[in-house]
Design a protein around this ligand. Structure first.
Ligand code: IPM
Ligand code: MN
Length: 367
């Protein structure tokens, strides 16, 4: 029987509660599809930091590197200054483990969960490929004359040819593999006639950020001919925010830099029904990847058993897919859709009509 070792960081706030349900559903999938999951728990997060002063010891990074997958509940603690845990755990692992892709499927499962009038599941179904190691997140820059009236703060966006190209390549591959080559409904008939089956939109700001997005643009143009089945498209980041609300059905796969990706995926999470369902993966295709619900630690709900675990469960589905258990990944998502459509009143915390534990049980049973 195939067996997988997975590192688990439940983290802060409601992180451990949703993680518990994600692991429960993963176990049900393992049983159904005949593989074994060995969970290795790590207690990194705000509580440990407050207790020991340690965020993530160096030894932890080398320890975590041995795993193919990490499952992360949430980081963020009300008693810890913003930035310490985010930079010390999440961003550090993204960088040191070279998880250079942040993958965010955006799929609306039920029309009533979409805040946009007249949009249903047929309109909101795309995937964002966010660069995850560079850009404004790289940490280049500094403060000069700090604390004086002459203070200067510089924060530079780092874009390397290698970093941009590997992100674009990943995005083209995602686009090519989507829908198993069946043409995406958003294509025009002439695109289909030209052999296109999917669309990849580069999201940038070529009209203002003329250095960084010039590099992205050239990389994109140069790579396109090798991917004939993918229709290429471009949108400025501000315009994409507008289209997400007005015409989300225009998008199939979107590729963008780290900062723009951060912003547009929060907007995207809202049109797919909110943080209760939005999941993401920090991917190193050749190394250790890390999967997480998008929703943060939501500390005010801690211990109440009311937080929505579906995003966490979806993150587990993505993880199993990454590990090579694609069938299990699909089955988890199908069960989530089924439970949303038959049992869940609202995707918001405290308004599901069920507790966190019950929702996990329902999805596991549906499997
Ligand atoms: C995300 C989060 C992180 C980010 C924070 C918590 C550092 O917002 O995963 O999108 O900015 O990348
Ligand atoms: Mn974010």
């Amino acid at each position: 029987m195939k067996s997988y070792d997975i590192a688990v960081i439940g983290g802060d706030g409601t992180g451990p509660e949703v993680t518990r349900e994600a692991l429960k559903v993963s176990e049900a999938a393992a049983k159904k599809f005949g593989f074994k999951l060995n969970w290795h728990h790590f207690d990194f997060g705000g509580d440990r930091y407050l207790r020991t002063g340690e965020v993530l010891p160096d030894s932890a990074v080398s320890e975590l590197r041995k795993f193919r997958a990490i499952y992360l509940g949430a980081v963020g603690h009300p008693q810890v200054k913003p930035g310490i845990l985010e930079k010390g755990i999440l961003l550090r692992l993204r960088f040191e483990l070279e998880q250079y892709i942040n993958l965010r499927p955006v799929k609306l499962y039920r029309a009533q969960d979409c805040p946009i009038k007249d949009k249903g599941p047929e309109h909101v179904d795309f995937i964002v490929v966010r660069e995850n190691n560079e850009g404004l997140y790289a940490g280049a820059g500094g403060n000069l004359f700090k604390g004086t009236p002459n203070e200067v703060a510089v924060q530079e966006s780092i874009n390397t040819r290698r970093g941009v190209d590997r992100c674009l390549k990943y995005a083209f591959d995602v686009a090519k593999k989507r829908r198993n080559g069946a043409a995406w409904k958003g294509l025009k008939s002439e695109d289909v006639a030209a052999g296109k089956t999917s669309q990849l939109t580069l999201c940038g700001k070529t009209n203002v950020l003329t250095y960084a997005f010039d590099l992205w643009w050239r990389g994109f143009q140069e790579m396109a001919p090798a991917h004939k089945s993918v229709k290429t498209d471009y949108a400025h980041v501000d315009a994409i925010c507008m289209w997400f609300v007005k015409n989300p059905e225009w998008f199939d796969v979107i590729v963008t830099d780290n900062m723009f990706g951060d912003i547009i995926t929060d907007l995207a999470a809202m049109i797919q029904g909110g943080l209760g369902v939005a999941a993401g993966g920090n991917i190193n295709p050749e190394g250790t990847s890390m999967f997480e619900p998008m929703g943060g630690s939501a500390p005010k709900y801690t211990g109440q058993n009311v937080i929505n675990p579906l995003a966490a469960i979806n993150a587990a589905g993505m993880m199993l897919d990454f590990l090579g258990e694609a069938e299990a990944g699909v089955a988890i998502e199908t069960s989530v859709v089924q439970i949303i459509n038959t049992k869940i009143q609202s995707l918001a915390a405290g308004r599901m009509g069920h507790s966190t534990t019950e929702v996990g049980d329902l999805v596991a049973a549906a499997l």
